[in-house]
Design a protein around this ligand. Sequence first.
Ligand code: THU
Length: 160
Amino acid sequence: MKKHQIIIDYHVYPDLDSLNTEDKLLMKSAIEARRNAYAPYSNFYVGAAVLLGNAEVVIGNNQENASYPSGLCAERVAIFQAGARYPGIEIKTVAITATSKNYVVKEPAAPCGNCRQSMIEYEQKQQQPIRVLLMGEEGQVVLFHSLADILPLAFSSSFL
Ligand code: THU
């Protein structure tokens, strides 16, 4: 039996102000988007902002539903909107931030598995990495250099 390892290279910034101007602006768009989340059931508000190769920014926020599974996460609202409005335009970076009515979110919010799978589809399609910036409502910001880094061994169209 051969032993294998998956090593993920990522960057941790102490706070929002430590980001470069482009990343900071993108995260600020995600913070703005977070305010319009519709999350009356979880009280957990997520905002996402997608930076495209044509410099457009597309936002999303979580949209909940009384029939819980019918709601959608912020990342998918944003990435599907990018796909719908700008098909074929490269996706550069996705910034994600979360806050809660119940506690102060000090840790970067990890995108759920479904969102990682939905987002990696676009990375596989464009054959260029999509950077991922994560932040809670305050504190550290984590940068991953690709979706593949946070969804190793992903399913893809190559299996079909
Ligand atoms: N949520 C997101 O928007 N993104 C994630 O990656 C994780 C969870 C939302 C879905 C739901 O509205 C609330 O957070 C609680 O799960």
